[in-house]
Write a protein that binds this ligand. Structure first.
Ligand SMILES: Nc1ncnc2c1ncn2[C@@H]1O[C@H](COP(=O)(O)OP(=O)(O)O)[C@@H](O)[C@H]1O
Ligand SMILES: O=C(O)C1=C[C@@H](OP(=O)(O)O)[C@@H](O)[C@H](O)C1
Ligand SMILES: [Mg+2]
Length: 169
């Protein structure tokens, strides 16, 4: 069985959407780690952050990813902050094909308002602070096996590009 594919990249770049499309196209199981955590706790991530704090979410994130990264053949969409934890990064780089979905600030900026509601990390930040976070996170995503710049593509086109670039199917 092939290694699992782990999608990484900044919030809102399209990991969840593209992961789901990829799983359909490749007929592979899809796991969105954030959705699994939400289901397990029967709670939205933003409420988890508000009630228990970010560190509780990060622990859960580590537990879930440690388990799923070792499952073969899965399409795994990670949260944008997962690679902040060295342990997660190491496991994924070892066990999975890590695919970095990249985007320019200019393109990403257009999605900001829509993303705010469900992304506690973006809340209560000025645009300048969010831009700083966007820049800081680049070093976090430097660990990857393949990179796709998504700027000029729809979600479907990103999916097709991945299949083509990685010679999947
Ligand atoms: N290539 C794209 N072009 C335009 N919009 C996109 C693209 N990829 C994702 N989106 C939109 O951005 C939003 C966030 O996508 P999502 O898959 O949840 O990202 P992530 O899981 O990386 O946070 C969704 O509304 C999605 O439809
Ligand atoms: O970048 C982050 O720190 C986070 C990204 C989110 O996932 P998406 O990248 O799918 O939005 C989610 O895991 C949580 O809100 C924290
Ligand atoms: Mg997501």
């Amino acid at each position: 069985m092939e290694k699992s594919i782990a999608l990484i990249g900044f919030m809102g770049v399209g990991k969840t959407t593209v992961g789901s499309f990829l799983s359909e196209k490749l007929n592979r199981k899809f796991i969105d780690v954030d959705k699994e955590i939400e289901r397990h706790h029967n709670m939205k991530i933003r409420d988890m952050f508000a009630t228990y704090g970010e560190s509780m979410f990060r622990e859960e994130e580590k537990k879930f990813i440690t388990y799923y990264a070792k499952q073969p053949g899965v399409i795994l969409s990670l949260g944008g902050g997962a690679f902040l934890q060295q342990e997660i990064k190491n496991i994924c780089m070892e066990e999975c094909l890590v695919l970095f979905l990249d985007i320019s600030w200019e393109t990403w900026r257009e999605r900001l308002d829509e993303l705010m509601e469900d992304r506690p990390v973006l809340r209560n930040k000025t645009e300048e602070e969010i831009k700083d976070l966007f820049e800081e996170r680049k070093s976090v995503y430097a660990a990857h096996h393949e990179r796709i710049l998504t700027d000029d593509y729809t979600e479907e086109e990103v999916t097709e590009t991945i299949i083509h670039q990685l010679n999947l199917k």
